[in-house]
Write a protein that binds this ligand. Structure first.
Ligand code: HEC
Length: 127
């Protein structure tokens, strides 16, 4: 085989292998949430903040201070980060959402975003 043909063959094989890689991208499947059961702020929402946000959103750091459940709740309320009339527009939900382009520091996982949105839809209670 001519050298140029071998290169062409390798090029085609490369294209084929490359095309196959797209098959491996699996979309994250979310387990359904029972929205009739209250999401609890203290045990389900606040831990998302203490695990993923307090590196920056701590006392003396970036607002809102999310360093404890009590502080997180009062700051979310005082900074108007929840909108119970149109929950999907709440900043505490949209700002670090998985698809955000404004807050690239840290994003919710899809499951975390779903929990936060459901909690707001249920009235953003301090429960
Ligand atoms: C690496 C640092 C860092 C981490 C981690 C981080 N943030 Fe932020 N966050 C910032 C900075 C800096 C700003 C302000 C600048 C901006 O708007 O991006 C901000 C702004 C915000 C705002 C907007 C506040 C306002 O004034 O309207 C919200 C809401 C927010 N962050 C929520 C979160 C949540 C929830 C998490 C955890 C999932 C998180 N952040 C994790 C750095 C961080």
């Amino acid at each position: 085989m001519k050298k140029s043909n071998i290169y062409f063959l390798l090029f085609v094989i490369g294209l084929l292998l490359n095309a196959c890689t797209y098959d491996f991208i699996v979309k994250e499947e979310l387990p359904p949430i029972d929205t009739t059961v209250d999401i609890l702020f203290a045990t389900q929402i606040a831990p998302i903040f203490t695990n993923g946000c307090v590196a920056c959103h701590k006392t003396g750091g970036q607002a809102p201070d999310l360093s404890s459940a009590a502080l997180a709740y009062s700051n979310i309320k005082s900074m108007n980060l929840v909108n119970t009339a149109t929950p999907a527009t709440s900043l505490i939900y949209t700002y670090p959402s998985p698809t955000t382009t404004i807050h690239t520091w840290k994003k919710y996982s899809a499951a975390e975003a779903q929990l936060v949105l459901t909690w707001i839809q249920q009235g953003a209670k301090n429960n």
